[in-house]
Design a protein around this ligand. Structure first.
Ligand code: ATP
Ligand code: MG
Length: 305
């Protein structure tokens, strides 16, 4: 029979988790039990990943905050550095980012230390954020005339306040300006989210050329370690075609777990939270937990390559 409220098929006399809602509730309670989501291996040394794609709206911020939350939930200490003046990552992590709070802007200018700029996310004791305020909008221009303008974030990250972190994710704006260059110089790994839509690979070539330039001149260790497919809609042929093309092009660097297009994922930031908090049993939450696990295990087995 069909439940008139949900439209889902239910059968009498079965366990709650035989229904989709029951199964989601069971997953949620498991995820929310301390240690219930499992624990992940700590990397041998802190991993710094820049999340970049100059194409707008491909899921950079969503992936930064949800991967961070997924790893934090599984016992790792994670920092998200919000390098986008829009401050969307700060919002999703529930961190104050009104003009005037210590932020990535002051960090780049050398006015505060990393320790002073880090705020605790209310969502997890393991989750931290350097917020972005609107002041950052002027930074691209202000940085131009500064000494060591490309290495300011890297230098700031050398602060001892960052020593006990396992992961740092840097959320970039949709451009290849000095903010993104600072992020590419500060990280060893680049994670590129690719949206499973038309023109998915548009601009990726340009991004890769920029990464090569940074590699050649400023950060020889930099490499594209991870590709994450986002907004994957299994009902469309297009999503499969894009996924196949991306896997063909980038091979093993593409995570097996693709993030589905999901209303829950898009609703969560409106409540100042991540999908792992907003609806922990949802497909979106599960996919970010899976992607986080894969990322963590790959780093341990393959040295972050
Ligand atoms: P920008 O380039 O502006 O910084 P971005 O690359 O950081 O954008 P997001 O802000 O993460 O992209 O996502 C763009 C929009 O798509 C947002 O409204 C977000 O809520 C939505 N979105 C992201 N991932 C998903 C998903 N898996 N399912 C549904 N909506 C999603
Ligand atoms: Mg963003």
């Amino acid at each position: 029979m069909t439940n008139p409220d949900t439209g889902y098929q239910v059968s009498r006399g079965t366990r709650d988790d035989d229904t989709p809602i029951g199964a989601a509730a069971r997953r949620a309670s498991q995820v929310l039990t301390p240690g219930g989501a499992g624990t992940l291996p700590r990397p041998l040394e802190r991993r710094v990943l820049t999340i970049a794609n100059q194409k707008g709206g491909v899921g950079k911020t969503t992936s930064a905050v949800n991967l961070a939350a997924a790893l934090a939930l599984q016992g790792l200490r994670v920092l998200v550095i919000d390098l986008d003046p829009q401050g969307n990552a700060s919002t999703a992590l529930g961190v104050d980012h009104r003009s005037g709070v210590p932020s990535s802007y002051e960090l780049l200018l050398g006015e505060v230390t990393l320790g002073e700029a880090i705020a605790q996310s209310p969502h997890s004791p393991n989750l931290f954020c350097v917020p972005a305020t609107i002041d950052l909008a002027g930074a691209e221009i202000e940085l131009v005339s500064m000494v060591a303008r490309e290495t300011r974030l890297k230098n700031a990250l050398a602060d001892s306040a960052g020593d006990d972190l396992d992961y740092v994710f840097i959320d970039c704006p949709p451009s290849l300006g000095l903010l993104t260059v600072n992020a590419l110089v500060a990280a060893r790994e680049v994670l590129i989210p690719i949206q499973c839509e038309y023109y998915a690979l548009e601009g990726v070539g340009q991004l890769l050329r920029n990464i090569e330039l940074v590699q050649a001149h400023l950060n020889p260790q930099l490499h594209v370690s991870t590709i994450l497919l986002t907004m994957y809609d299994a009902r469309t042929k297009l999503a499969d075609q894009v996924a196949a093309e991306v896997r063909n092009h980038f091979g093993e660097r593409v995570l097996q777990s693709a993030i589905p297009r999901s209303v829950k994922v898009s609703e969560a930031p409106g409540y100042g939270t991540t999908v792992l908090d907003y609806d922990p049993g949802s497909r979106g939450a599960m996919s970010y937990l899976d992607a986080g696990r894969e990322l963590a295990h790959r780093g341990v087995h393959r040295g972050g390559n």
